[in-house]
Design a protein around this ligand. Structure first.
Ligand code: MN
Ligand code: MG
Length: 640
C-alpha cells in the first residue's frame, strides 16, 4: 500500500494511513477545552461547611463547557489530572461500600463526554488497585507517558501504567462546511515526585520518569502515527524552560519541544493566562503562550475552564496534513451558580451525591471544644492535638510488647486546610458538638498512611526546624512585618504534640522550603523539652507522622530517620476509630510552644473566614484585627 499524500511522506511505523489531501483554501477552527486539578469537586456541595452549591465544582462549569462547545464547529474536552482526591465525596467513593458502582468522577467525565484525560499525582493517594478500578469504567482514553509499571532500557521501552498517548480521529468541519478526518495526538505527563510522595504504598509497583526524557522518547513515536497536531496534557506547573532532570514543573520546557502544538498545564493550582505567573522571555502570561505555543492552566477545583482556539490550515510538507496557523488561549472563570447542573450531569451524579451526603452526615462522636486551623501555624491547636493523640494512641497499641514499647511515642500533625491557594474558606472550622464523617476529611484532608520513625533528639529538633521554614526572618523591633513566607504552604507546618519549645524568629530558617539545609549554623527551635526536661541530642523517640512527610523529608540528607512501623493504615481511619472509641474528644490547646518573645516587635498574619471567634488561641500575642481584605482573608497584628 502506498501513501497518497501530497503533503509529504508518511512515516513508516504506526501503520500506513491513507487520507485525502485537504482543499487548499480550507481552514479548520478547533477549540480545546480543558479542566485541571478538579480534586473531586463535582457537585458544588461544600461537605466541610455542609452547605449546598456554595463551592466550585464541575457542575458549575458544566454549562460553560457545553456553551464553549456549542459556539464552535469543532471542540475537544480534556482533563489534566488530580481528579480523584480532595473532598469528602472522594473519601466516600474510596472507603464506603458502593457495590461496584463507577467512581463518581468517572461518571461525571463520561456524562460530559470528555475526549481524553491524564493522571495527576493525587490519583495515586488511595493506592494503585483503587485507581485501576476507578478508571475501568472510563469511556475515554487515559494517557500518561512517564508513569510506568516496569521500566525498560529506555523510556520508550517502559511498560506504562496507561497508554502513553492516544490518537483521536475526529470528523471536523472546515470554515467552508466540508468535513475532514483530523488526527489529534494527545500525550500526558505527571510529576516524577509521585514516586516519592506515595512511595510506601506504590513501592516498586510504579516508577515515574523525568517528564522531558519521556517526552523525547514518545513524541517522535506519536508524530509517526500521522497526527495533524499534538496536545500535551501536562499535570505539571509552569516553570523555566531550562529545568533540571526530574523537575516537577516542566510545562514550559514541554512547550519548547517542536512536536507539541498546545499545552494544558496544571498541578500548581494557578490560573494561566493571568497575572499569577510572571512574564519571562518564554512565558507570556498576557497572551497565554509558553515558548510561543498556546497554553492554559485552568486553576483548580473547577474555578476556571481553559480554552485554546486553534486555526489549522493545510500543510505543504511534512508528516502532518494540517498546521496550526494561529492560536488564542484564555481562561473563563466559573460564573455565579444558578444552583442547577446541566440535566445529564445532574441526573448522572444524583445517586452518588445523595449517598455521599448521607455518609458524610453520619455522627461518629462529639467535640468538647471547637476544632479549627485558623491559628494552627501560630499557636498550639486543639485540632492538631486531637489528630496527634489519635495517631500516638494507635501506635502505642500496635507496638505494645515489641522492642520499641519502651520509647516515648510522639506524634505530629499539620493543618492541611490552611488557606493558601484554597482561599479564605480553606480552613478547618468545626464547632464544638457532633463530629461526623465529613469532619474526618475536614480535619485530615489527605488519605495519607501512618508512618512511625525512630528519631534522636537532634533529628526531632531538625524536624521542627523544617516546619519553622514557614516563617520569614523577623528583625527585632520590626513593625507589622509579614510573618509567613507565602512561598511555603501552611500545610508543611507539622508540630509535635507533647514537646515544649520556642521558635526564635530572629534567626534565619535552618532549612529552605524544599527541606535543604540552608543555614547550618542557625537554630530557630530553642528549649526543646518533654515533660519539663530538656531533650538531649542523643535521646531516642518514636515520631508518628505520615507517608508523605516521611518520604518527602527523607532524601534531603538532613533527616534520615528509621521507619519502625508502616502498616498501611490511613490516618483518616485512625482518627475516625479514635473518635468513635472515645465518644467525646478535644481539649483546650494549652501552651506547649510559642514564638520567642521579641519586645517591641509586631508581625502581621492572615487567617480565614470565621477566625475572629477564636482569637483566644493567640491571646498571648495580643492580636489586633486589621480588617478583612478583598479576598476574604482576615488580617491581624501580633505583638511578639
Ligand atoms: Mn492538584
Ligand atoms: Mg498535582
Amino acid at each position: 500500500m502506498t501513501a497518497s499524500l501530497t503533503t509529504g511522506p508518511l512515516p513508516l511505523s504506526g501503520g500506513p494511513v491513507t487520507l485525502p489531501a485537504p482543499h487548499a483554501a480550507a481552514q479548520i477552527n478547533l477549540r480545546l477545552i480543558a479542566t485541571t486539578d478538579l480534586h473531586a469537586c463535582l457537585t458544588g456541595q461544600d461537605f466541610h461547611a455542609n452547605s449546598a452549591a456554595s463551592g466550585f465544582g464541575l457542575y458549575r462549569i458544566a454549562r460553560q463547557i457545553a456553551a464553549a462547545r456549542a459556539e464552535v464547529a469543532n471542540a475537544l474536552l480534556f482533563d489534566n489530572g488530580d481528579f480523584l482526591q480532595g473532598t469528602a465525596l472522594a473519601d466516600y467513593a474510596a472507603t464506603a461500600r458502593r457495590r461496584g458502582r463507577p467512581h463518581p468522577v468517572v461518571t461525571a467525565f463520561n456524562a460530559l463526554r470528555y475526549d481524553a484525560i491524564t493522571l495527576g499525582n493525587h490519583e495515586f493517594n488511595y493506592g494503585l488497585p483503587f485507581l485501576r478500578a476507578s478508571l475501568a469504567s472510563a469511556r475515554f482514553p487515559v494517557v500518561s507517558a512517564n508513569i510506568a509499571t516496569r521500566l525498560g532500557k529506555s523510556p520508550a521501552r517502559d511498560t506504562t501504567l496507561v497508554p502513553p498517548f492516544t490518537v483521536l480521529t475526529r470528523s471536523v468541519t472546515d470554515t467552508e462546511g466540508r468535513t475532514h478526518r483530523l488526527r489529534i495526538g494527545v500525550i500526558g505527563f505527571a510529576p516524577p515526585q509521585i514516586e516519592v510522595w506515595d512511595r510506601d504504598h506504590l513501592a516498586s509497583h510504579i516508577r515515574v520518569r523525568d517528564i522531558l526524557a519521556s517526552a523525547r522518547a514518545w513524541l517522535p513515536r506519536l508524530k509517526a502515527r500521522g497526527v495533524d497536531l499534538i496536545v500535551a496534557l501536562a499535570h505539571s506547573g509552569i516553570g523555566p524552560v531550562d529545568v533540571p532532570f526530574g523537575a516537577e514543573n516542566a510545562a514550559t520546557a514541554l512547550a519548547a519541544m517542536p512536536e507539541i502544538d498546545a499545552v494544558i498545564a496544571g498541578h500548581s493550582h494557578l490560573a494561566f493566562p493571568g497575572p499569577q505567573i510572571a512574564a519571562t522571555p518564554d512565558i507570556d502570561p498576557l497572551n497565554g503562550t509558553l515558548c510561543g505555543k498556546p497554553a492554559v492552566m485552568p486553576g483548580h477545583s473547577g474555578s476556571h475552564i481553559g480554552l485554546i482556539d486553534l486555526t489549522l490550515t493545510p500543510a505543504r510538507c511534512g508528516p502532518s496534513r494540517w498546521l496550526v496557523r494561529s492560536a488564542a488561549a484564555r481562561l473563563e472563570p466559573a460564573t455565579a451558580s444558578d444552583g442547577r447542573a446541566t440535566t445529564d450531569f445532574g441526573r448522572a451524579l444524583a445517586p452518588d451525591h445523595r449517598a455521599a451526603l448521607a455518609w458524610s452526615r453520619r455522627v461518629i462522636g462529639a467535640a468538647a471544644v471547637p476544632l479549627h486551623t485558623h491559628f494552627a501555624t501560630l499557636a498550639p491547636s486543639a485540632a492538631m492535638t486531637l489528630i496527634a493523640e489519635a495517631k500516638a494512641a494507635y501506635v502505642r497499641r500496635a507496638l505494645a510488647g515489641t522492642e520499641w514499647a519502651g520509647l516515648p511515642i510522639l506524634a505530629g500533625a499539620a493543618p492541611f486546610r490552611a488557606g493558601g491557594r484554597g482561599g479564605a474558606h480553606n480552613f478547618t472550622n468545626i464547632p464544638a458538638g457532633p463530629l461526623r464523617m465529613r469532619s474526618i476529611s475536614d480535619l485530615y484532608l489527605f488519605p495519607n498512611k501512618l508512618v512511625t520513625l525512630l528519631m534522636t533528639g537532634a533529628e526531632m529538633s531538625d524536624w521542627l526546624e523544617q516546619s519553622a521554614a514557614l516563617f520569614r526572618r523577623i528583625v527585632p523591633g520590626a513593625v507589622d512585618a509579614p510573618l509567613q513566607d507565602c512561598t511555603v504552604p501552611g500545610f508543611t507546618f507539622e508540630t509535635v504534640t507533647g514537646l515544649g519549645f520556642a521558635i526564635d524568629l530572629s534567626q534565619p530558617a535552618r532549612f529552605d522550603a524544599q527541606g535543604a539545609l540552608a543555614n547550618p549554623s542557625a537554630h530557630r527551635i530553642v528549649g526543646l523539652s518533654r515533660e519539663g526536661r530538656l531533650i538531649r541530642p542523643d535521646d531516642r523517640f518514636l515520631l508518628v507522622t505520615n507517608n508523605h512527610r516521611a518520604a518527602a523529608q527523607a532524601p534531603v540528607g538532613a533527616v534520615s530517620p528509621r521507619c519502625v512501623l508502616a502498616d498501611g493504615i490511613s490516618v483518616q481511619t485512625v482518627l475516625c476509630d479514635h473518635i468513635r472509641a472515645a465518644g467525646r474528644v478535644g481539649a483546650p490547646p494549652g501552651h506547649s510552644w510559642r514564638f520567642l518573645p521579641m519586645p517591641g516587635t509586631t508581625v502581621t498574619v492572615t487567617a480565614g473566614h470565621g477566625s475572629a471567634a477564636h482569637l483566644a488561641d493567640i491571646a498571648a500575642y495580643r492580636p489586633q484585627p486589621l480588617g478583612p481584605c478583598a479576598n476574604g482573608f482576615s488580617h491581624y497584628r501580633l505583638h511578639l
